[in-house]
Design a protein around this ligand. Structure first.
Ligand SMILES: *Cc1c(COP(=O)(O)O)cnc(C)c1O
Length: 480
């Protein structure tokens, strides 16, 4: 069944595809086998990788072998190894082997699932798997596709913020067709001053202006103060503005703080505001009974989002967004040019996910979520969360036992923020030395105007020995 290579167009024939495919999987397996011995952070200088690339594309096609060999020569030196078990920076971006293979299948099928009709399985797997996940995370019935809600895969939590804020904007004004034109009062959105920057970006994108997002102050645990939220809303109403949207965070990016959802929910209800919950990283923890408390109240929100592409073993990109009222989202995002009309859409019996997102086209991303949820199962994912949480408790104990350091935020799940007691300069020196050693990757945050080292546990291959070595390394620099 192989196609003869065209004389003029050098398509890869299927025999070569098969051979190179095996080569590529072997190459990836070798990479994952050895990644823990590589320096975690790339140390190349700006322009160094570009300097190894020719300034124009090749005139005649090159052999696949020569491309493959340049992966090692050109690409590898310029990589920071997110799949290293010594990865403790930012949050994880777990690419489990299962998800890698599922993504290969998705690429191999090459389907475009913009409409139900353009590949029914692409839509129906997504709907079902997001219902599974809503159940697994305890999101409650309102977000299920069997009622008025439903879930959709977006590229990132940033897109989820834009889509929900847009739907909320249209609900609060005269709607999609008019948008903000002729709308007199300023629309006001609210989130805590610890919220992710994507909320601010969304405010700019949907046209209300970034200054109309108010950053609400937090308590000493970095969680939003409901009283301050209420006061800001009252102040805005008195000034003639129009409050419309609140985003609360389950696990802030800097320190992993949990906003008090029940109190915020009550305020949203009292003023009729759209309530969005951003659980990008720590939503995954809610699959375990003992961590359910972190999002108590999210079941009554208008929208909820989390990223399987962070902790939940699905390679980037895969964000899940659930809405309680899908009609509101679709109202803002649907568009139906003549060339997309089809019987299934007209019948109203199917979901067309292009109406739930910004782009038209979409690939078969639910495949990798489906593979991962099946291969790990409920128990497998819970076990991973529990292992990482246990490692975090160990790390907290070790830090507490060392009088040179102090922990500056609660660390109930898998993120520990700590600093040297001597102050920022000392903390910075330790962080720089640790990152320059090649043995770990750590990042930082500022909390109450102090520099802290963020030690985020959650890389899928991280074991106790990796956390222990990383901590000893940090201690060795503090003794220096
Ligand atoms: C990581 C993160 C985001 C942004 O995630 P993307 O999917 O990259 O847009 C948003 N909110 C929180 C709380 C995060 O931790």
């Amino acid at each position: 069944m192989t196609h003869p290579a065209d004389q003029n167009v050098p398509h890869m024939d299927l025999a070569d595809f098969r051979r190179h495919g095996h080569q590529i999987i072997d190459w990836i397996a070798d990479y994952l086998e050895g990644v823990q011995d590589r320096p975690v952070n790339s140390i190349v200088q700006p322009g160094e990788i570009a300097g190894m690339l020719p300034s124009s594309m090749p005139e005649n096609g090159e052999s696949f072998e020569s491309i493959l060999s340049d992966l090692d020569r050109v690409i590898m030196p310029g990589l920071t190894h997110w799949q290293s078990p010594n990865w403790f920076a930012y949050f994880p971006a777990n690419a489990s082997p299962t998800s890698i293979l599922a993504d290969v299948v998705s690429s191999g099928l090459g389907v475009q699932g913009m409409l139900w009709a353009t590949s029914p399985a692409c839509t129906e797997v997504e709907t079902r798997v997001l219902d599974w996940l809503a159940d697994f995370l305890g999101l409650g019935d309102r977000f299920l596709s069997t009622g008025t809600g439903g879930g959709v895969i977006q590229d990132t939590a940033s897109s989820a913020a834009v889509c929900t804020m847009l739907a909320a904007r249209d609900r609060a004004t005269s709607g999609t067709q008019q948008g903000l034109s002729g709308h007199a009062p300023s629309l006001r959105a609210y989130t805590s001053n610890q919220a992710h920057s994507s909320i601010e970006k969304a405010a700019g994108i949907i046209g209300i202006g970034r200054d109309n997002l108010r950053l609400i102050e937090v308590d000493d645990q970095y969680a939003m103060c409901p009283a301050a939220l209420r006061a800001a809303i009252e102040e805005d109403l008195a000034a003639g503005h129009q409050p419309f949207y609140v985003s609360a965070t389950i696990g802030t990016t800097a320190s992993g703080a949990f906003d008090p959802l029940p109190e915020i929910l009550e305020i949203c209800r009292a003023y009729g505001l759209w309530f969005h919950v951003d659980a990008a990283m720590f939503g995954t923890a809610a699959c375990c009974e003992e961590f359910r408390w972190i999002q108590a109240g999210c079941q009554e929100a208008d929208s909820y989002t989390m990223n399987p592409h962070k902790w939940m073993l699905v390679n980037f990109d895969c964000n899940c967004l659930w809405v309680a009222d899908r009609a509101a989202l679709i109202e803002s995002l649907s568009i139906l040019p003549e060339y997309l009309r089809n019987q299934a859409t007209n019948s109203g019996a199917v979901i067309d996910y292009r109406d739930w997102q910004i782009p038209l086209g979409r690939r078969f991303r639910s495949l990798k979520l489906w593979f991962v949820l099946r291969q790990y199962g409920v128990i497998g994912i819970q076990n991973m969360v529990r292992e990482h949480a246990a490692l975090t408790r160990d790390l907290v104990t070790w830090i507490e036992e060392d009088e040179c350091f102090e922990i500056l935020a609660p660390a109930p799940v898998t993120l520990v923020c700590f600093a040297h007691r001597d102050g920022d300069e000392r903390t910075q020196a330790i962080l720089d030395a640790a990152n320059a050693s090649g043995k770990v990757s750590l990042s930082h945050a500022r909390l109450k105007d102090r520099l802290v080292i963020r030690f985020s546990i959650g890389q899928w291959r991280t074991q106790r020995s990796h956390v222990e070595s990383a901590w000893k390394l940090i201690q060795s620099f503090s003794d220096a």
